[in-house]
Design a protein around this ligand. Structure first.
Ligand SMILES: [Zn+2]
Length: 199
């Protein structure tokens, strides 16, 4: 604790430190934002991320896809992705991860597990498939989605514009809904935490 205190004191004495080259700072910021502004889906676990450094591109003929093969008789829907090299071996992937007929994207977590020859625990092929969304559940509002989900965690940021009567405020909400019987036989339970920042 003493060392930590001394390091804080030393940092305060030399604060503020001179900035490095502003143009280089801007270039670094631009490059980082550019890399983190993509919508990329993992073919194996279906997760969506935004940083291209967290993904690898893999050939659709790569033998490391073999652990993703599933028995079609156990899946109650068609999961063909229209890539022959994958469909002929009944390999289940998320079609949103297809870059072209020869390339799919996978997250680094799944890549490391498949490189060792094991099936990623989060893979859709590990009995985690849900199939296509039914027509009745498409185009729901986020409130309706929260109400029909058995368990759903989400956050929202609301920005209220400044008006004559009110200052601009930003609300950050975190809510957890659990719908269905609980150990106390409650039909619906939810908790809400709201943090308010004056703008
Ligand atoms: Zn993944």
């Amino acid at each position: 604790m003493d060392e930590n205190y001394e390091s804080v004191r030393a940092a305060q004495e030399i604060w503020p430190q001179p900035l490095s080259d502003p143009k280089q700072l801007y270039r670094n910021f631009y490059d980082l934002m550019h890399k983190a502004s993509h919508n990329i889906v993992c073919a194996y676990c279906g997760i969506i991320r935004y940083d291209i450094d967290g993904f690898s591109l893999v050939s659709t003929n790569n033998k490391m896809l073999a652990p993703l093969a599933v028995n079609p008789a156990t899946v109650p829907f068609l999961f063909d992705c229209r890539i022959t090299a994958i469909d002929q071996h009944h390999i289940m992937i998320d079609p949103l991860a297809i870059k072209d007929q020869n390339t799919i994207s996978i997250c680094n977590n799944c890549y490391s597990q498949l490189s060792s020859g094991s099936l990623p625990a989060e893979a859709l092929a590990n009995f985690r498939w849900i199939g296509p969304v039914p027509e009745e559940l498409k185009d729901l509002t986020w409130v309706e989605e929260a109400l029909v989900a058995r368990s759903h965690l989400f956050g929202r940021v609301f920005r209220l514009e400044q008006s004559e009567a009110w200052r601009a405020n930003i609300f950050i909400t975190q809510r957890t809904y659990r719908i269905g019987p609980t150990e106390h036989h409650e039909a619906l339970r939810y908790s809400t935490n709201v943090t308010r920042f004056a703008g």
